[in-house]
Design a protein around this ligand. Structure first.
Ligand code: NAD
Ligand code: ZN
Length: 360
């Protein structure tokens, strides 16, 4: 048996307003006046002076606004890398992602692709990245995915949706400023926060569970319950707690694995472009059979916050389209194995998956 030996984020700053420390944090890391810091910023912040005016730009530093409407694709990652290499004489001093999981994943992937040759599609998988990327910083503005702590960056490529999982992927620095989340729209706050809740349920009920994962998962689950069931969830304390829930949820799955909801939501996302948070909610809503307690509590949260979970996504799909989703989902072997054990194929047949997708 070989035990996972994985890197953690080496530096993290936490607190309301800590974003103001970014200049100080970055200045030590500047390689030269010609080697810029590139800020990959969610375009939802375009014209938002409160945030943008505090991004410390010096010399030839640059903001690239990116849309979060679509999840990151390998072609876009390669495109940003090529554009950066064409515009500047020197490799950047660092890449800073400011936004949700989408921007965090772009920042990680672009940082790696600035030093590794070829296309990011060549590195979708486990431990295929061979060289350290450029210095990269993650600054979440919405909480839940755990992308700020994870060792992956999830990309949709020509053949698959799969992360670049490697020891070089985690951020060198994370800035956790819960105040940056204050204007997240309620539905999105719920969908992305539920990604965290689902990470906890899938990790804590999985066969890969161990004390490491359990200790983080239980803390994260407690925080999710406080935020979504017990208190005035959108206040400052709720923002602080959800940010830490996301962090702990990410740490929990680092040493275990996710499960049925993720395995099926990847299929939806690959075929229909359904985004991760909402896709997980659509799937999880139908998983009483696998996670009875978690799903009951989830439904309570949906009701309390009056959230709309879309239905009927799959009602007009063709056989071929169902097959594509089923193939993507079945390929995620570790997720199924975590959820249902080594004999998972006895329960999860193509017909079973089809009948489950038909309900979504
Ligand atoms: P997101 O980045 O897709 O953003 C969701 C929406 O919220 C967007 O419309 C965005 O513009 C908006 N938004 C973000 N911050 C805001 C703010 N402060 N104010 C107003 N609007 C704001 O959301 P997400 O759910 O955090 O990320 C999903 C992505 O993360 C997916 O691409 C998924 O594959 C990836 N992911 C990665 C990991 C990982 O470990 N690397 C884990 C889970 C998910
Ligand atoms: Zn997730």
């Amino acid at each position: 048996m070989s035990f996972r030996n994985f890197p953690m984020v080496p530096r993290v700053v936490f607190g309301r307003g800590c974003f103001n420390q970014l200049d100080e944090i970055l200045s030590e890391k500047r390689v030269s006046e010609k080697a810029p810091f590139i800020f990959i910023v969610d375009d939802v912040f375009k014209g938002n002076d409160w945030l943008i005016s505090r991004i410390p730009l010096h010399f030839n530093d640059k903001i690239i606004y990116v849309s979060a409407e679509e999840e990151p694709k390998t072609t876009y990652v390669d495109g940003y890398r090529d554009a950066i290499l064409a515009e500047f004489d020197e490799i950047p001093s660092g890449i800073i992602g400011i936004g949700g999981g989408t921007m965090l994943d772009y920042a990680k992937a672009v940082a790696l692709m600035l030093t590794n040759p070829g296309s990011s599609a060549d590195y979708q998988g486990w431990d295929l990245v061979k060289k350290q990327g450029v210095y990269h910083v993650g600054i979440p503005t919405i909480s839940g995915t755990g992308a700020e702590v994870s060792r992956t960056t999830v990309l949709t490529g020509p053949e698959r949706k799969l992360g670049m999982n490697s020891d070089y992927t985690p951020f060198d620095q994370v800035v956790l400023d819960p105040e940056l989340c204050k204007d997240v729209p309620t539905n999105q706050w719920f969908y992305t926060g539920m990604d965290c809740y689902i990470h906890c349920i899938e990790s804590l009920t999985g066969t890969f569970l161990n004390a490491f994962s359990q200790s983080y998962g239980e803390k994260s689950l407690d925080l999710c319950r406080e935020v979504y069931l017990e208190k005035d969830s959108r206040d400052e304390d709720g923002q602080d707690k959800l940010m830490m829930a996301s962090w702990h949820g990410g740490m929990s799955i680092a040493y275990s694995q996710v499960g049925v909801a993720h395995a099926m939501s990847y299929g939806l996302s690959y075929l229909l472009g359904t985004k991760h948070g909402i896709g997980n909610c659509i799937v999880f809503d139908q998983l009483e059979e696998f996670y009875p307690e978690g799903v009951a509590e989830f439904k309570q949260m949906v009701e309390k916050h009056n959230i709309d979970i879309p239905k009927g996504l799959c009602k007009d799909l063709t056989d071929k389209e169902f097959d594509i989703m089923i193939d993507v989902s079945l390929s995620l072997v570790p997720l199924w194995e975590n959820a249902l054990g080594k004999d998972w194929q006895k329960t999860i047949t193509r017909e079973k998956l089809r009948s489950m997708y038909e309900k979504m």
